[in-house]
Design a protein around this ligand. Sequence first.
Ligand code: UDP
Length: 403
Amino acid sequence: MRKKIENYLDIIGINKVAEIYKNAQKLQGIHILHINSTAQGGGVAEMLSSFVPLMNDVGVHTGWRVLHGTPDFFTITKKFHNALQGDTINLTEMKKSIYRQTNENFAVFTHIDHDYVIIHDPQPLPLINFYSKQQPWLLRFHIEFSKPNDLLWEYFKRFIIRYNMLIVSNENYLKKDLPIEQKVMLPAIDPLSPKNINLPYSTIKKVIKKFKIKTDKPIITQISRFDKWKDPAGVIKIFKKVREKIDCRLILCGSMATDDPEGILIYERLVKQEKKLLENGDIIFLTAENNILVNILQNVSDVIIQKSIREGFGLTVTEALWKEKPVVASNIGGIPLQIKDGKNGFLLDPMDYSGFADRIIEILRHPDLGKELGKNGKSIVRENFLITRLLNDYIKTLFLVRE
Ligand code: UDP
């Protein structure tokens, strides 16, 4: 079914829908291009797959292209990603050359005559060097980069200063040493996507049977790529603590994004390490790229955990809050923008394993508490983190850049 803004009337109300139509009028006839580096897996692809059709629906012609890269390229850009989140990096000429060359090669066959170009994350960042710039270029960084590696940041700045604007997900990521316009734009979820829509009980039953998910014990779930920053090993540690008090199961669901080559290595290491618990079904690993499955897991879980060490925003938290689930999460990155401790979830220091376990036990022992937290969560998302708000933000921002 084609995505249409009018289908959101019942969720956000007639005034907000009218405002989107009105603002979009100002961009009629405009052609916009988004470029990122993966069509599926991770939050950026998730947002673009809803956002791009909706922009077209309101009359703003919007395209989306995906940068083609080799495994070498994505290994390097994952290292860059890690260094932006604070890791050290050996920034060799070879790495820089593969990074630039891949972008240059892509530019040869990617013809751009749009009115705006929006680049997502560092992978396609250097593209701007390979065009004679005829329109505004905006750079959208979705990652956490409050304290990036200095060397890499200096290297990146040379590309970034060519852009008209840098858009980030959190005030803490704004950079004093960057002489271009910067703006905070909060991410959002699509309440009508297969991942977030209400599903009939018959579908839920069918899918949990297909994926052999038993609901005889309480379920704790983390939905996240197998990435060290999402700390799946830490989640398992917490689960083991909870299990000392309450019998339960843990589900780790992490599909493999094509621009994240580390996922499979981390996954395989954990499979070896947790052989016994995986065999008896107390821990379940799922790697399918399946939006309905994610929706159902978030629905059937008793607690959602998000034990990230770094988190640009954390759409998985938003998705769980929308489903009225209690979320126990790290107090880092974009998570505290979504969770107020004790009101719609619990926030903890990422290293406080016992704290995580205690909060999960508290929710499992007091289902009314979980329900109360969940209800508050949904209204926070409705007010602040729906795709319709993001649409309006982009339209207004693009209009401003044009003036
Ligand atoms: N996701 C998914 N399947 C998985 C794991 C994650 O569809 O197995 C989705 C998840 O539902 C969310 C996005 O990928 O929409 C992850 O976004 P987030 O901002 O949480 O983290 P990122 O991966 O962008 O760092």
